[in-house]
Design a protein around this ligand. Structure first.
Ligand code: HEM
Ligand SMILES: *[C@@H]1O[C@H](CO)[C@@H](O)[C@H](O)[C@H]1NC(C)=O
Ligand SMILES: *[C@@H]1O[C@H](CO)[C@@H](O)[C@H](O)[C@H]1NC(C)=O
Length: 328
């Protein structure tokens, strides 16, 4: 990837430099991991993701959500993609993963099929890396930062629903709980705030914020009143499990720093979003990124690069799955 081009904007150049310095720290992951076996892998994946994105913008949130849920449970090893068998209930069938949209799985399956359609690449590129690349491409397609993705993850050898327990945050978590959970994955509070901006795209079901608009604890005083009124219309009492609402109600299709501007207006959809503004310890970061999309983009690229290193499998710890949904 050329970093010296004069057409690169200062902001983009900063991102490239940042990503390059990140590569040095990750011994086992490399940007050019597939240079020898499948040199065009990035453009092949990008083409497949772009095609899927043209069909539906749900692709963006669905793919990013999948990458997050993969990395936080037994590392970024594509274990979330594995289907259950009569003998084994896999990660994807844990109750917290039932919200993962089919379009995310479909994006990875299609991108991997495009890779495998090239004879020299067939069976050489891991599902975990395809998910990492597809996530990067989906974010860029939605207008977010484009970054160099580190590669060289192997696919995990197991996937169990029980391994998901306690690994993902419920939307009721406060700042200390969120910070502690991310810390167990080597991510700082700053990384956690940056990654929470994944909620600048995608949908949440009414049940995930219903407690803020209905019931004993409602209305949540930190929720913007006009948004609360709209949410009560969209999610009438009784919570229809089929209804999902865009998490960024202002620019739902764009990967941008509107997420942080929304928090300043009390428009974070989940309690765990809004707490980032309510808590005085994280509010200065929210304010800074609401003001500067460049600062947010840099922090997000740093954080998602770190997230992509969680629990990476190498050597005998993994393999390259023939079918991403089936353990070899
Ligand atoms: C900080 C703790 C987090 C909590 C409590 C949380 C919680 C949630 C919840 C409850 C939903 C809605 C699920 C549904 O009803 O369909 C959701 C969706 C989503 N989350 Fe998070 N999340 C967190 C962090 C993250 C991170 C770190 C990322 C990625 C960087 C992320 C990306 C997404 C995306 C993209 C969606 C939308 C999925 C779609 O449109 O299909 N989340 N999250
Ligand atoms: C399930 O386990 C049984 C006995 O351990 C084995 O014979 C069978 O092949 C397994 N089935 C699958 C689908 O893995
Ligand atoms: C509620 O949101 C609107 C924008 O939708 C904003 O103008 C207003 O200031 C917000 N109210 C509060 C209390 O933040």
């Amino acid at each position: 990837m050329a970093t010296g081009s004069s057409s690169v904007s200062p902001a983009a150049a900063a991102l490239l430099v940042l990503a390059a310095s990140a590569t040095v720290c990750a011994a086992q992951l490399r940007r050019d991991h597939y240079a020898g076996v499948c040199p065009d892998v990035e453009s092949i994946v990008r083409g497949a993701v772009a095609k899927k994105y043209r069909e539906t913008f749900i692709t963006v949130g669905a793919t990013l959500h999948l990458f997050f849920h993969d990395c936080f449970v037994t590392g970024c090893d594509a274990s979330v993609l594995v289907a259950s068998t009569p003998n084994n209930t896999a990660e994807k069938d844990h109750p917290v993963n039932l919200a993962l949209a089919g379009d995310g799985f479909d994006t990875v399956i299609r991108a991997r099929a495009a890779v495998d359609a090239v004879p020299r690449c067939r069976g050489r590129v891991s599902c975990a890396d395809v998910l990492a690349m597809a996530t990067r491409d989906a974010i860029a397609l939605a207008g977010g930062p484009s970054y160099a993705v580190e590669l060289g993850r192997l696919d995990g050898l197991s996937s169990t629903a029980s391994s998901v327990d306690g690994k993902l945050a419920p939307p009721s978590f406060n700042l200390d709980q969120l910070t502690a959970l991310f810390a167990t994955n080597g991510l700082s509070r700053t990384d956690m705030i940056a990654l929470s901006a994944g909620h600048t795209v995608g949908f949440a079901h009414c049940s995930t914020f219903a407690g803020r608009i209905q019931g004993a604890a409602a209305p949540d005083p930190t929720l913007n009143r006009s948004l609360a009124a709209r949410l009560r219309e969209w999610c009438p009492a009784g919570v229809d499990p089929r209804i999902a609402v865009t998490m960024d109600v202002v620019t739902p299709r764009v990967f941008d720093n509107q997420y942080f501007k929304n928090l300043q207006d009390g428009m974070g959809l989940l309690a765990s979003d809004q707490v980032l503004y309510t808590d005085p310890r994280s509010r200065p970061t929210v304010d800074a990124w609401a003001k500067s999309s460049v600062a947010f983009s840099q922090a997000f690229v740093t954080a998602i690069t770190k997230m992509g290193r969680i629990g990476v499998k190498t050597g005998a710890q993994g393999n390259i799955r023939r079918n991403c949904a089936v353990l070899n």
